[in-house]
Design a binder for this molecule. Structure first.
Ligand SMILES: Cc1ncc(COP(=O)(O)O)c(C=O)c1O
Length: 362
């Protein structure tokens, strides 16, 4: 068996000990005589798995009892619709603010607009191809908005909020799909934090929604499966939840705790990101399109001063066991996603390859 360093933006690398544990428990989960995949979601064994995952997420993120934690399906993308549906109760009089920092913010805005016309753009960095995060002073926030939406880390453009926007009494809603659990956050400053699991939390198929309880039940006329309150009331078990994905998510959370928690993840992520950006900035051969103050610790885009060498870079990297480095088409070049589970050695190997490629082709 040969494992590669996988720089995929998502689904992404998982901690090796998590995969090994899942392998060991695959056929007989802790004496139950069956795989987690084969268990009833209402069984005692499974109820313990989902309860432990929720408890651990609460512990790691410091989530208070005034928040509900939901494990949902439909991806972060379904939240683009569920959030306006649940939080806007009177479309004639209410609106919502969106800060535009990339393709995922655009998708979130598009879905909200389909449901409600009066959705405002509070700021946008589109004019600079989303290479930066607008500063607090640039946000034109409506104090009467039902909520203000941000994308806390922009997976495609490689930017991340260096500050937490102050939205006053307006609930702050954050799509944290690509940086959840990568650094400590003060959950009490948010109305909702949501994230598809497939980057920092586990496999695809489960979406975590952390929602302040006073935001539940604002809209009584929703399809049950799209109603946060109904989902919270049934402990994310209105129907069959994504049982195996939640089990793996629980194993990832155990791994994070064993490593020293979210503060330790942040320490490692800073080291990895600093090294990689320094390697890019220290060369004239590699270029980084993002403004320094807005750079993401999770997704690092870079291009070549000689773009015609891009395919050769990617092919050489792959041969060296460094895979899924192709950048998104809207940015071009390369993108190294270095989530919690990417070891520092993976970043070191990438930097060594970059130096060698520059030496030969520079
Ligand atoms: C920031 C962000 N939001 C939303 C999504 C969409 O997530 P999903 O595929 O779970 O719907 C992604 C996926 O990459 C993302 O990076």
């Amino acid at each position: 068996m040969k494992r590669v360093y996988n720089f995929s933006a998502g689904p992404a690398v998982l901690p090796l000990p998590v995969l090994e544990r899942a392998r060991d428990e695959m056929l007989d989960y802790r004496g139950s005589g069956m795989s987690v995949m084969e268990m009833s979601h209402r069984s005692k064994d499974y109820m313990a798995i989902i309860a432990a995952a929720e408890a651990l997420l609460r512990e790691l993120m410091g989530i208070g009892e005034d928040y509900a934690v939901l494990f949902l399906q439909g991806g972060a993308s379904l939240q683009f619709s569920m959030i306006p549906m649940n939080l806007i109760t009177d479309p004639a009089s209410q609106s919502a603010d969106y800060v535009m920092t990339g393709s995922w913010s655009e998708k979130a805005l598009t879905e909200a607009k389909k449901l409600f016309g009066d959705v405002r753009v509070a700021a946008s960095s589109k004019n600079v191809n989303y290479s930066r995060i607008p500063a607090q002073e640039e946000l034109t926030l409506n104090p009467d908005a039902a909520y203000a939406h941000i994308t806390s880390n922009n997976t495609i453009f490689g930017t991340e909020y260096p500050y937490l926007p102050d939205t006053g009494a307006v609930p702050l809603v954050a799509d944290a799909s690509s940086n959840i659990l990568s650094r400590p956050v003060d959950v009490s400053r948010y109305g909702i934090i949501y994230a598809g699991a497939q980057k920092n939390l586990g496999p695809s198929g489960v979406t975590v929604v952390i929602i302040r309880k006073d935001l539940l039940g604002r809209n009584a006329n929703l399809p049950t499966m799209l109603d946060f309150q109904a989902l919270a009331k049934e402990g994310s078990m209105l129907n069959t939840p994504p049982t195996y994905a939640i089990y793996i998510l629980g194993l990832v959370l155990e791994w994070v705790k064993e490593q020293g928690g979210v503060a330790e993840m942040e320490k490692r992520n800073v080291i990895k990101a600093d090294k990689l950006y320094a390697a890019i900035d220290g060369s004239q051969f590699y270029l980084c399109p993002t403004e320094r103050a807005s750079r993401s610790r999770m997704n690092v885009p870079f291009t070549l001063a000689k773009p015609e060498l891009t395919d050769g870079f990617l092919a050489g990297a792959k041969a060296a066991g460094l895979v899924t480095l192709k950048g998104h088409r809207s940015v071009g070049g390369m993108r190294a996603s270095i989530y919690n589970a990417m070891p520092e050695e993976g970043v070191d190997a990438l930097i060594a390859f970059m130096r060698e490629f520059e030496r030969v082709n520079g």
